[in-house]
Design a protein around this ligand. Structure first.
Ligand SMILES: Nc1ncnc2c1ncn2[C@@H]1O[C@H](COP(=O)(O)OP(=O)(O)OP(=O)(O)O)[C@@H](O)[C@H]1O
Ligand SMILES: [Mg+2]
Length: 234
């Protein structure tokens, strides 16, 4: 399926990915068909080892399938060169992964601001307002001047989410973004994500074991053993 750029934000067809070969081969994805409309908030669930992270890595062009096709925002991400994929991600996608990826020698505020400096032409005060608003929404405004090592795991996780949201990306891909949050904090963070999806039209795919995320999503997609086994309705 080729699809016009606006038909779906994400369109995955027949995606297969096998790690290793021979007796050691692991079929992490076995023919995945998966499509996400623009502005949808999809929770990707399924047991450990079912292929969620593998699918997200393929969507991001960080890993390649052995067969099948992937289009994100109308771009065949699996056809791009390494350099093209790096630039394409920078322009279009925000990522929240299990390892938060904060820069250790920058404060919380600077870690978020750096994304705006790269992506947008804003004045210093516009950037400051945008960063402050994002940190406040996520309940971490009072930690703006702390270094990552001076934060708890859950606080770092929220800074990673702030980095992802601050530039209002077209697509946000997250892997267990609430794994280190207590349920009240997770609820608050999910409310921010939901608001962002509806206001900024950000398309979100979030892999999770957290039932709170699943409840917040506009649609649930379940994986099992490298395949999509259940697709909820909006
Ligand atoms: N780099 C790799 N080399 C070999 N096997 C891998 C690699 N990455 C993942 N796998 C295997 O592929 C399968 C799918 O793994 P994946 O990380 O996608 O699962 P997951 O659904 O994200 O699990 P979890 O919920 O534990 O994060 C697993 O059997 C895993 O062991
Ligand atoms: Mg995973």
């Amino acid at each position: 399926m080729t699809g016009s750029p606006n038909s779906a934000a994400i369109e995955v067809t027949g995606l297969a990915r096998t790690y290793g070969s021979g007796d050691a081969a692991v079929r992490a994805l076995r023919g995945v068909d998966f499509s996400v409309s623009s502005g949808e908030f999809v929770a990707l669930t399924g047991p450990s080892g079912s292929g969620k992270t593998t699918l997200l890595n393929c969507l991001l062009g960080l890993d390649r399938g052995d067969s099948g096709s992937i289009e994100v925002l109308g771009t065949a991400i699996d056809q791009l060169s390494y350099e093209q994929a790096v630039e394409w991600r920078r322009q279009n996608i925000a990522i929240v992964f299990q390892a938060t990826g904060l820069i250790p020698h920058l404060s919380g505020h600077e870690n978020v601001d750096v994304v705006l400096r790269i992506k947008e032409q804003l004045s210093r005060s516009e950037r400051r307002d945008r960063v402050d608003a994002t940190l406040d929404a996520l309940g971490i405004g009072d930690l703006a001047n702390h270094l990552p090592e001076e934060m708890s795991g859950g606080q770092r996780q929220r800074f990673a989410i702030a980095r992802a949201l601050v530039a209002r990306p077209a697509v946000l891909i997250a892997d267990e973004p609430t794994g280190e949050l207590d349920s009240d904090t997770a609820q608050a963070v999910l409310a921010v994500l939901r608001t962002e999806a509806s206001n900024a039209g950000t398309t979100m795919v979030i892999a999770t074991h957290d039932s709170l995320v699943a409840d917040s999503a506009s649609r649930l997609v379940a994986m099992s053993d490298g395949q999509i086994t259940e697709v909820g309705n909006e």
